[in-house]
Design a protein around this ligand. Sequence first.
Ligand code: 5AD
Ligand code: SF4
Length: 437
Amino acid sequence: MKRLAYIKTFGCQMNEHDSERMLALLEGCGYGGTQRWEEAHLIVVNTCAVREKPERKAYSILGRLESFKHKNPGLIVGVAGCVAQQEGERLLARFPSLDFALGPGKIYHLPEILREMERGRRGLCEVGFADRPSKDCFLSHAKRLRAYVTIMEGCDNFCSYCIVPYVRGRERSRPGSEILTEIEALVQMGTKEVILLGQNVNSYARSNPHELTFRQLLSKINEIQGLERIRFITSHPKDFTEELIEAFARLERLCEHIHLPFQAGSNAVLERMSRGYTREEYLAKTRKMRDVVPKISITADAMVGFPGEREEDFAQTLDVLREVEYDGLFSFKYSPRRGTRAACWEDDVPPEVKKRRLEFLQEFQRGITLKKNKELEGEVLEVLVEGCSKNSHREMMGRTRCNRIVNFPGGSELVGELVGVQIREGLPNSLRGELCR
Ligand code: 5AD
Ligand code: SF4
């Protein structure tokens, strides 16, 4: 009987991609994937340390797995991701049933770890950083329509609230030639859309004058025959250049969507966050984006309750929402992360104030998102069909170039196709439409 692996993923696309990589490595070791943890022979909890909430959830799952493992002693349980990187040995001590801890830079050690497990070893801890991101290309990508491709890892920015530079290490970029070869291989295997991944893609190969710049890399990827769409995440506003804005107008495969986290609307807060831009500079960039590419969809991350955030500061965050009219927004309550500079400051915005500000902000944004979705009614948009819709087998689901989910009546023969869909209804989180024949 095939052994089954279940991976629980917390956090960002980086982590989702790491889970895909782990699954591919596990397939190479004879495991199959399962969505049901009860039937798994191996469980990996891929953790995220960026905010308190997902970290707490990961701890709670690890706690529950302790008792589950007592009933299933043959089960192998591992922890991966940024909490494993940060807490390694401490996690193994706190959860005695844990068999291994694996940092994000050591994912490729997973097969070795499993071999050690077969020899009866337990309590293995593999953390630390690789010198550069490893190759991504795995056969399990073969049927993936939309493939993630890591172009750089780590971050040198040290925003005062952020744990990433500590748990993902300094910036490292992959050679451009390797990235291009990998995307060509993916396209041969059926990939239509690539999502270039990096904590800060705009500083791709920043310190290497012999390497392609990010803009040049985009041009080269744009030339790959058979590839239909290119996206990238995440961009840092301070490194987001005019040249890159122009790229959206010039490169036909680059989708009209940019994720540009602004975090806070007040200059005083941005300064304490060490973001390296002012609200005026940020707003000027988004205005320029909309001038050059009027249909561009802009999304962002924002935080409420950073130390010292007053009502006036929060009002300025709302002002940014009002001015930019984001197509979508990910928003969070600030939580101190041990080891960061901001964690040394008093977390002085009371929890109930953080809660109220977050709820207000999210309600405000819901109205904007719905309005933007309604504005698309009547338009015919290009949709890459991904599969059956969640709600009905008679409906298909796909994504527009502006990164909206669209549901429409249709059959599974459309999967993998680029089709025109006329939008009939803009909903709070998606669009509904009809196929144009
Ligand atoms: N508290 C709350 N949110 C945070 N983020 C990063 N660090 C913290 C923190 N300490 C948010 C930022 C970032 C997103 C990935 O998570 O908005 O862009
Ligand atoms: Fe964290 Fe700032 Fe780096 Fe983004 S740019 S990963 S928020 S330190």
